[in-house]
Design a binder for this molecule. Structure first.
Ligand code: ADP
Ligand code: MG
Length: 442
């Protein structure tokens, strides 16, 4: 592979890890310059990029390099003249006899701690299980299997377990690694005739944290080796924590015996966050960067991004970057300006189900309640608001809206709309609230 190809590979990896807008903003404009002494020189447009990339994305870059087997490379961002453009010879990392290593705490992001993790309904159980594991490794839940969709905090929790266990039990050997890395090291050990060493290394660990186990789906040899490592650690009463994007039984191309082992301990799922949790996370992330976030701006961002917390964070970071670039305050105006193109088209289309989801979330109801016949004020009033917004923000007719709310008559819909219109005229605070709903939805 050409030297340039290396940076392209790294970019591909990074693109998988961060939200697409952040990628476009910060990584698209980079240009590979050269490789010398294990330093990849990369040209960026200006000093801000230099600082921002080195400060905010060093972890992602390092992770990507590691995962590609280029752990020994460093990246240097330059905004001035290139350091050197003479052709350089690179030693293929594969041709080098690799020292056998295994995952350790250096792969963990120090920002991913329990303190920085916001607990909500969606992750309460996984969080409690994670804490319990740190207090009593291998006693309560073994293995702990954490599963849930992309960007919902699995890796964050895994790292938090790692750090906290090291603090609680400094004598224990804690090891964190993505399952891909387990596979890569196994392959490398086979190639260099070091499988015995590989086994001994992994079997000497006290707390093994394996992230994204779904990546070894279909990899028979890796699964087999992992099975033996698992059994060995389990039998020696060592803690195993696994994360995955799905339930063990939904893992495709996986050995059944491994799937059933995963169910021996505790299965803890993480669900997509509700609106209030998304808002709490935004405030927490802003606070960590010493930025004050106005409630309406937090609500605006949270209402736009459906569930992926990584994207939520991407929006916030973009906003903070623009504010620091331009010296403007982070307010609704800036948020709208900066985040319009962040929001996917799909999100911009306002549909009745989206309105129902949003309103149900806000009033802590279930969408089915909005569609029910229940006429208690706590349900009827949000339902009227949702009907009003459906009329205002979509092209649906009154009968159509009625049908989407569990088959209500169109006169009921009309009555609701009039009631909300009236209230908007009479009550300033209510008027503002409805405006904030509209802002968040559009
Ligand atoms: P996953 O591994 O499930 O894909 P990550 O753990 O990488 O997701 O989380 C993506 C981003 O969202 C990280 O920056 C993480 O800090 C953040 N995040 C996820 N859940 C929470 C939470 N409950 N509190 C604070 N930050 C969170
Ligand atoms: Mg992850």
């Amino acid at each position: 592979m050409s030297d340039k190809g290396i940076w392209e590979k790294v970019l591909e990896k990074i693109a998988d890890k961060i939200d697409i807008q952040t990628y476009h903003t910060w990584f698209n404009p980079t240009v590979f310059l050269g490789l010398k002494d294990n330093i990849l020189s990369v040209k960026v447009p200006n000093r801000l990029f230099e600082e921002w990339l080195s400060e905010k994305y060093s972890q992602v870059i390092k992770e990507s390099l590691d995962e590609l087997g280029y752990g020994e490379f460093k990246v240097s961002f330059v905004s001035g003249k290139p350091i050197s453009t003479e052709p350089m010879v690179m030693k293929s990392p594969k041709s080098k006899v690799k020292r056998l290593t295994f995952g350790d705490s250096s792969q963990m992001n120090p920002k991913y701690t329990f303190e920085s993790f916001v607990v909500g309904d969606c992750n309460e159980f996984a969080h409690a299980a994670a804490q319990s594991v740190c207090k009593n490794p291998a006693k309560n839940f073994n293995p702990l299997y954490i599963f849930g969709g992309v960007g919902l905090g699995k890796t964050h929790l895994m790292h938090a377990i790692g750090f906290s266990t090291m603090q609680n039990c400094p004598h224990l050997k804690v090891s964190y690694l993505p399952s891909e890395r387990f596979m890569n090291e196994l392959i490398s050990s086979i190639r260099h005739d070091k499988t015995q060493e590989f086994r001994e290394l992994y079997r000497s660990i006290d707390v093994l944290l394996v992230d994204d186990i779904q990546f070894i789906a279909g990899k028979d040899r890796t699964q087999e080796e992992f099975f033996h490592t698992f059994n060995h650690l389990f039998d020696s009463q060592k803690q195993i924590v696994i994360s995955c994007d799905c339930h063990p039984r939904e893992l495709p191309k996986f050995h059944e015996r491994l799937q059933s082992r995963f169910e021996w301990g505790l299965l803890a799922d993480i669900k997509p966050p509700k609106l209030e949790t998304k808002i709490a996370i935004l405030h927490k992330k802003a606070e960590l960067q010493n930025v004050a976030l106005q409630p309406n701006v937090a609500m605006f961002i949270a209402g736009k991004i459906r569930s992926n917390i990584r994207e939520l964070e991407g929006c916030l970071n973009r906003l903070i970057a623009f504010s620091s670039l331009t010296g403007r305050e982070i307010d609704m105006e800036l948020a709208k300006e900066v985040l319009t193109d962040v929001i996917s088209d799909e999100m911009r289309v306002v549909t009745i189900p989206r309105i129902q989801e949003f309103i149900a979330d806000h009033y802590k109801l279930k969408v089915t309640q909005l569609k029910s016949k229940g006429n208690a004020q706590r349900i009827a009033f949000p339902r009227q608001i949702a009907m009003y917004l459906s009329k205002k923000l979509t092209n649906a007719s009154l009968p159509k809206i009625g049908s989407k709310f569990g088959g209500k008559h169109h006169s009921t819909v009309l009555h609701s709309i009039r009631k909300i219109e009236d209230l908007r005229k009479k009550d300033r605070a209510f008027h503002k609230l409805i405006n904030s709903f509209i802002e968040s939805l559009t």
